[in-house]
Each structure stands twice: as structure tokens, then as C-alpha cells.
Design a protein around this ligand. Structure first.
Ligand code: MSP
Length: 525
């Protein structure tokens, strides 16, 4: 049976080019998409831009630009960033597209027909920065004024006729759903925040804006447009229409988002989908935010990191390795330039780069081209595993089973936890170990008296570097492409392998027992 997964990133506001924070969520999705393709999954991976809001109109106007042209420019910038970062998305949606407007209108009509929309007149506080309604209790005092805690601006006061979504009538259904789907949101502490928010009692929310003309017109009242979040949250379904329905209906559906937009995705949206008659997604994975050198990224501080500039100077692998090595995805983290540079130089270049150079140089010298598990060769492999095991226990205790380190199941299980950080650290503990093993076994010296022994030890080393390269392929794209040039495994699956496409012979890719290989001289990084 075909295994399918549908992954999404949030759609990013099209008021500015994407910074490193936006790139982070996209890169999490990319690593998972690539790993899943390696495991034989058909992957649909959607991203895009959120365009129907006042924030966009205001920014374009402030820059004296036509809104449509402005949005085209920013959307192109987002696409370019994702292309340069090689985020392997399969769909890019802009919410100003006709297909999206049409679909959202159908959904609005369904919700209206289901009796879940009603009309009222209210006075509102609205923060354009957040594109969200606020209550007086949400605000903080600054210089005698009540302002939004995130944007430090006084919200607009709006008195208008509004359409409301009857969120209150979904209270029980949502709670039942959460009880039955205890891993609907990960990490658990974020899910707990959602649960306690819902337990305090939900309120209906406004889904229309009267004065605004920029957005999706309500099909049952063309004087108003729908509230930006009501349209944006449907983007994930818009891209499944017209051929890719199977991903929603039969695939595993996982949304990746930042911690700021958990309530929209875990409360509002499930209720909206219940009302319009859709199955709910399987999981929402919530990542933390990070600061730069301990400070919030801001224009005033001039510390906003733009991914394109960073990778032009340091390369994509350095960025990805650092992001996934430094901090668990759901914790708030900090981008430290010092740690970034040292990880790049130390771990990638010294440990990993050196190990590959050492292994390929020695294997060329002693002509280690057949890797096999026959006879004595198995002993060398087991010796390396024993060393790994000893080191593992010393550093981690007996908490995990390590014998499965190099199997597809190991990768699959890790992906379920989204603990990409431990996964990557484990890989690179093995790299350190490989270096240690060369120091200990001293192949050049042993070869003087027992060349067969040296060759067997080197075979174990080739297994280790092949295993590490395969398992880090979803992260280190440049390093992996280069690795394939240096370590040329003689098998069609290996030759044609790329994490851009679904692999159909996963087991062969992970085969570390018996294979033929040749080497080229050169550096990995
Ligand atoms: N347009 C809405 C989302 C709609 S989804 C239906 C939005 N857009 S945004 O441009 O503000 O981007 C939000 C996402 O970018 C966050 O949810 C998060 O995933 C990511 N990040 C933005 N800043 C970030 C950091 N400083 N750190 C980590 N992630 C950050 O909200």
C-alpha cells in the first residue's frame, strides 16, 4: 500500500521577506519531508503566503506601492528564499489566488448553511500587527497607553456589523476529540496550554470585516470580506483540491507551526472543519521561537538574520546542522553567532569532514572495495559496535536501544517524536566514535604486519560513514551530494538516490552488510 504524508508550514504574511524564524519552520518540514521520502513515502509538502490582510495593505501603501504588485514582489521573494534554502515543497499557495477564494467561499457557505454563522454588532479592539481581535485584558500599559504586548501599538477600535462563528457550540465536540486524540498536538506542554484554554470556556469569534474590501467576499453578504484567519486556515485544504484529495483523506496529515499560532490551529480550525464537514488532521507540531544572541530579532536592533545572506556566506549545511543541533524544536532557542561558527568548524568540518577524508584515503591505499559481513569482517563490525555501546552508555545511560542505529525503523521512530535534535546528536556521536576508532586501530601500523586485519577494520569504518551519510541525508544536502562523489557505492539505488524523490528500495539504501564501493580523493567540506 502506498504510504502517504501531507506536511504543511504556516503560510507567511506577505508584508516582508522571510527571516530566519520563518525559515526555521520551513526547514523542520523539509527535513521530515526528505526523511519520509527516503522511507518510501509519497510526500505532499505545502507552504505559501498569507495575503488577504490589512497588514499587507498598510505596508504596501506606506511604501507607496500598488498592493497587488507589492504582494507579487514579496511572494516572489518568499519563493526565492525557499528555493535557495532548497525547501522541498510540492505546493506553494498564495491566498489571493482565485482557487483559494473560490474554495473559501464554498466553505463559508457550508458553515452558514450548517447554522454556525450569525450576525451581531459589536465594538472591537483590533491589532493589525497580529491581525487579531483583542480584549482589554490582553493589553499592557506603555507610557500611559494600553497597547498590544507584541507590537506596542494601540489597537484600532472598531464598531461594525460582524458575522460570528459559533465556536461555543463546538466546546464539547472539541473536548471529546482531544480526549480521543491525545497526541493531536506535540509537545505535550503546548497541548496542555490549549486544553486549559478550552476548559476555561470558548467564545464565538468574528469572521468578517465590514469596512475592508481586500479579502474573500462573504458569499452571503458581498459588503463584507472574511476575516484573514478564517480564509488562511483553509489554505491547507485548498491545495488538496483538484487531484490531491487522497493526501487529506488517506494520508497522515501533519501541520507544523510556531508557538504563536497554536490556538488558531488547535481550536478554531478543528471547529471550522467540523462545521464544514472535513476530517481533522492527525497532528499539529508546535515549534518554539528563537532570539539572536539573546535578543528578540528586530529592525531597530538590526539583528534580523536573513537566511539568504547567511547561507551565501556559510552554506546551507552549516545553517541546518546548527539549527537542529543547538536546540530542541519546541523549546525557545537562541541563535548564537559564536556557537554557529564553532559548530560549523568543529563538528562539520573537523569531525565529519575529517572522518570521511581519513576513511577514503585509507580505503584507497589498502584497496578496500568489497564490504562484507562474511567471516572475520563481522568481528571488526562488532568491535566497533561494542565501542559505540560503551560510549553510549557512558554518555546517555541505558535509555535507548542502540543496536538499531542504522535501520529505517530507527529513523521512522525518531520522526514520530520530532526529536530531530537527539537524532542528529546521535549521528554525530558516532562520527566522533569513528575518529576514535581510527586512532585506536591504527590501520597504517597494523597493515605492516596484518593487512587483512587493517582492511577488516576499515570495512567497519566504511559502514559507519555510509550509515551516517544516509541518515543525515535529509539534513546535509551539500555534504551528502559531495559524499556520493567521494564514496561511490556501486548500486543503482545509491547512484540514483536523492531526498528530492521517493525512494522505492529503502532497505538497499540502508544496507550496510554487503556492498561494493570505490573512492575518490577530495574534501567533504
Ligand atoms: N500568516 C500567519 C500564519 C497563518 S497559517 C494559516 C502568520 N504568519 S507569520 O509570517 O507571522 O509567520 C509565522 C510563523 O513563522 C510562526 O508561526 C513560526 O512558525 C515562524 N516564526 C516567525 N518568527 C519566528 C521566530 N522568531 N522563531 C521561530 N519561528 C518563528 O502568523
Amino acid at each position: 500500500m502506498t504510504k502517504r504524508i501531507y506536511l504543511t508550514t504556516p503560510i507567511y504574511y506577505a508584508n516582508a521577506a522571510p527571516h530566519i524564524g520563518n525559515a526555521y519552520t520551513s526547514l523542520i518540514g523539509d527535513v521530515v519531508a526528505r526523511a519520509k521520502r527516503m522511507l518510501g513515502y509519497e510526500v505532499k509538502f505545502a507552504t505559501g503566503t498569507d495575503e488577504n490582510g490589512q497588514k499587507m495593505v498598510q505596508t504596501a501603501t506606506a511604501q507607496g506601492k500598488d498592493v497587488k504588485l507589492f504582494l507579487d514582489e514579496i511572494a516572489a521573494e518568499h519563493k526565492r528564499t525557499r528555493d535557495v534554502l532548497r525547501v522541498s515543497y510540492t505546493d506553494f499557495i498564495r491566498t489571493t489566488e482565485q482557487r483559494h477564494h473560490k474554495f473559501v467561499q464554498e466553505m463559508l457557505q457550508k458553515t452558514f448553511d450548517a447554522g454556525d454563522i450569525y450576525q451581531g454588532e459589536y465594538e472591537w479592539l483590533y491589532c493589525v500587527g497580529c491581525e487579531a481581535f483583542k480584549k482589554p485584558v490582553d493589553l499592557i500599559e506603555r507610557e500611559g497607553k494600553m497597547v498590544c504586548p507584541d507590537h506596542h501599538t494601540v489597537p484600532q477600535t472598531l464598531k461594525e456589523k460582524n458575522r460570528f462563528f459559533k465556536l461555543t457550540s463546538f466546546q464539547d465536540r472539541l473536548q471529546n476529540f482531544y480526549n480521543e486524540h491525545t497526541d493531536f498536538c506535540i509537545p505535550q506542554f503546548r497541548f496542555n496550554e490549549i486544553l486549559s484554554f478550552v476548559e476555561q470556556g470558548l467564545e464565538d469569534f468574528s469572521i468578517s470585516r465590514e469596512g475592508s474590501t481586500f479579502g474573500v467576499p462573504l458569499p452571503f453578504d458581498n459588503k463584507a470580506v472574511t476575516y484573514i484567519w478564517f480564509d488562511a486556515l483553509y489554505n491547507y485544504l485548498t491545495v488538496c483540491q483538484g487531484g490531491d484529495e487522497v493526501f487529506w483523506n488517506e494520508g497522515e496529515v501533519i501541520h507544523l507551526i510556531g508557538k504563536d499560532i497554536g490556538r488558531f490551529h488547535a481550536i478554531f480550525r478543528p471547529a471550522m472543519l467540523m462545521s464544514s464537514g472535513w476530517k481533522l488532521p492527525d497532528q499539529i507540531v508546535i515549534n518554539g521561537y528563537f532570539t539572536v544572541d539573546g535578543q528578540k530579532m528586530s529592525k531597530t536592533l538590526g539583528n534580523i538574520i536573513m537566511p539568504l545572506e547567511l547561507i551565501a556566506e556559510h552554506g546551507r549545511d552549516a545553517l541546518v546542522y546548527y539549527l537542529f543541533n543547538d536546540n530542541k524544536i519546541w523549546n525557545d532557542g537562541d541563535f548564537s553567532w559564536e556557537r554557529f561558527i564553532s559548530t560549523k568548524e568543529q563538528t562539520l568540518k573537523k569531525w565529519w569532514g575529517n572522518l570521511v577524508v581519513r576513511a577514503t584515503t585509507l580505503c584507497r591505499k589498502y584497496d578496500v572495495t568489497t564490504i562484507s559481513m562474511e567471516g572475520d569482517a563481522k568481528e571488526s563490525h562488532q568491535a566497533l559496535l561494542a565501542l559505540a555501546t560503551a560510549q553510549w552508555i557512558q554518555e546517555n545511560g541505558l535509555r535507548k536501544l542502540f543496536v538499531n542505529w542504522w535501520t529505517p525503523d530507527y529513523l521512522e521512530n525518531y520522526l514520530k517524536t520530532f526529536d530531530l535534535v537527539s537524532y542528529l546528536r546521535d549521528r554525530f556521536q558516532l562520527v566522533q566514535l569513528g575518529n576514535k576508532r581510527v586512532d585506536q586501530t591504527k590501520p597504517r601500523e597494523i597493515a605492516k604486519t596484518n593487512v587483512d586485519q587493517a582492511k577488516r577494520d576499515l570495512q567497519a569504518l566504511v559502514r559507519l560513514i555510509k550509515g551516517t551519510a544516509v541518515l543525515s541525508a535529509p539534513f546535509l544536502l551539500d555534504g551528502f551530494a559531495r559524499f556520493k562523489e567521494l564514496v561511490n557505492v556501486q548500486h543503482p539505488v545509491w547512484e540514483g538516490f536523492s531526498t528530492d524523490q521517493t525512494t522505492h528500495q529503502t532497505d538497499e539504501l540502508f544496507n550496510l552488510a554487503n556492498f561494493e564501493v570505490t573512492y575518490r580523493e577530495g574534501y567533504l567540506y
